[in-house]
Design a protein around this ligand. Structure first.
Ligand code: NA7
Length: 551
């Protein structure tokens, strides 16, 4: 540690404090790996985490039914073959509890917790140009300093509370799926209302329906969901998983979604009806989000997309007995797959239960939340419990809430007012020595977060090490490089159907947020190759400066 004297934005000298090599914000998948890898590389690193323990998304989202929609064997770190060998997943799609146990195991195995401060929420981050250091202030008023700052703050970590009239007046129990209590929640015999039918609401609903006296689902936008034929792994499965791991990892490392799955070799528009149906049937049986990738043209050609949509609609009508409910469950206003297809466990079947009711808010909007329940234009619903599964200020929310102050007076909320501008998702012009992990501009939420996090963290630490070795004080992406990357990202997205959906990928779920497709949709493998090339070219697109002179 080097004691330095930092300055605030007005140029006043601030009290001396140790300056570390790196501060990592967030103890989720990326932050845990970053802290471990940085320590292994001999860097002085400190992690700061708002929660009381590691896990990020998997620490907070412990609502009933929470599972990952990426298969468990892929949703695990690949950096250590020994770790891979000693961990056995029990099911094909892991529960939140099992994923958290895995992350707990990783934290113990690599002694990650001792390098984190928990219950430490970052309130502010300021770059001091005189010393090329970041000062990070916590809500408790402590200040930490480092040469580099990595924001591993998550893509879906800033939950939103819906702006409904009277939302705080409800006298019963309220829960947010993204902030579910650690203590068991007993819904037995209760009248439960659930607002929100994204992944969280759809996963929670069937379990709530089994416990509660009644479940009323308030649906504003219907979501496509494909049931996961989950199963417990046998001894034989475990043997095969281990045998296939090295190959599986190799294929995933440069795959489109960082998982080993591939689409049909032909386009949906090139095959006959029989072949098309067989392919959709096979993918439906495999289950989950990958249905959106049955054919390679499904997300870019509306004709191909319509084939997939019609197939899914037929499935919904086959499962749901009440034709009106089935119709309400069929999305009407966006192509299938342009909002992430949910991976569920018995969602459509649940509507055949007597204690489940669907309220279509498009026909009958909520007018008010009262102390006794929810009022809609046409009805009144008396409730004991309201569960909010109402989503997140995705991709940018966690960063803009902290609102880092960079060089030359740059403030992130101003710089991104017209949509996020990044260089490869990881660098932001105006914010030297700051790394953003899985935020806007990267494949992030469109890829397997485990592999994606490892790739981004490795790349950022390679840049940090280059600076370290060459005595470089600041690394900042050029404005023109970031603009070019952002234009490329928009151009790639514009060729897909994703821009037709009012999704959180587009920022459409937040009032006043600039609507632009935020993740890079050109594929994880393509992205990784581009990042490799930039790194191998000496971090082209970055300005690397030593104090007192540029390079
Ligand atoms: P999502 O997918 O953003 O879903 C949030 C849901 O909440 C969605 O159905 C929203 O309807 C609904 N919502 C939000 N505000 C309201 C109000 N005011 N009234 C009624 N309904 C509302 O979040 P999730 O947590 O389910 O999933 C996020 C990702 O996590 C998921 O894609 C996976 O990748 C994992 P809307 O669509 O806005 O009409």
């Amino acid at each position: 540690m080097n004691p330095t004297s930092a300055h605030d934005q007005e140029g006043n000298q601030m009290s001396a404090a140790p300056t570390r090599d790196l501060l990592v914000v967030g103890a989720g998948i990326a932050g845990m790996y970053a802290v471990h890898k940085a320590t292994e590389s001999g860097l002085d690193v400190l992690g700061l985490e708002a929660g009381s323990d590691v896990g990020g998304t998997w620490y907070f989202n412990r609502y009933p039914g929470a599972r990952c929609d990426v298969e468990s064997v892929d949703y695990s770190y690949s950096f250590d073959r020994e770790l891979e060998k000693e961990w056995q997943w029990s099911e094909r799609f892991a529960t939140q509890a099992e994923i958290w146990s895995y992350l707990d195991h990783v934290a113990d195995r690599y002694r990650i917790r001792e390098r984190f401060l928990f219950d430490t929420r970052v309130a502010d981050a300021v770059f001091d140009e005189a010393t090329s250091t970041w000062s990070v202030t916590t809500e408790a008023g402590e200040t930490h300093r480092a040469k580099f700052l990595m924001m591993a703050t998550g893509s879906l970590s800033e939950p939103i509370k819906p702006r409904l009239a009277g939302v705080d007046s409800f006298a019963g129990e309220t829960y947010f799926t993204a902030m579910w209590p650690h203590e068991p929640v007993d819904l037995t015999g209760k009248r439960v209302g659930l607002i929100g039918t994204g992944s969280s609401g759809i996963q929670a609903a069937p379990i709530v329906a089994r416990q509660a006296r009644s479940l009323t689902i308030f649906q504003r936008t219907a979501n496509y969901t494909v049931p996961a034929p989950n199963r417990v792994f046998t001894e034989e499965d475990q043997r095969k998983i281990q045998e296939e791991y090295p190959h599986r990892r190799e294929v995933s490392a440069y795959a489109a979604a960082a998982s080993p799955h591939v689409s049909h070799t032909k386009k949906a528009t090139e095959v006959d009806a029989e072949e098309r149906r067989a392919a959709f049937e096979a993918r439906w049986a495999e289950g989950g989000v990958l249905f959106s990738k049955t054919f390679p043209d499904q997300s870019s050609d509306i004709v191909a997309n319509d084939y997939a949509r019609e197939f899914a609609e037929q499935k919904i009508r086959e499962i749901v007995q009440d034709p009106q409910v089935a119709d309400d469950l069929i999305p009407k206003d966006y192509p299938i797959g342009t909002k992430r297809i949910v991976t569920d466990s018995g969602y459509y079947e649940m509507f055949n239960r007597d204690n489940v009711e669907l309220v279509n808010l498009r026909r009958d909007p909520i007018t008010e939340v009262t102390d006794w329940g929810i009022k809609t234009e046409q009805g009144s619903y008396e409730l004991d419990v309201i569960i909010f599964a109402t989503g997140f200020d995705a991709l940018t929310g966690a960063l803009t809430r902290i609102d880092p102050k960079g060089a030359r007076g740059a403030r992130l909320s101003d710089v991104w007012a017209d949509g996020p501008v990044t260089y490869l998702g990881m660098g932001i012009p105006g914010f030297p020595n700051l790394f953003s992990i899985s935020g806007p501009g990267a494949p992030g939420v469109l890829a397997n977060m485990m592999t994606h996090s490892e790739q981004q963290v490795d790349w950022c630490l390679a840049l940090l090490q280059t600076c370290h070795e060459q005595g470089i004080d600041t690394a900042e992406p050029r404005q023109d490089a970031a603009e070019k990357w952002t234009e490329h990202l928009e151009e790639v997205a514009s060729k897909t159907l994703f821009v037709r959906a009012a999704s959180w990928y587009m920022g459409a779920n937040i009032e006043g947020k600039k609507q632009t497709f935020m993740p890079y949709i050109g594929g994880f493998g393509t992205f990784r190759k581009m990042c490799d090339d930039v790194r191998d070219a000496g971090f082209e697109g970055y300005v690397l400066t030593t104090n007192g002179g540029g390079q």
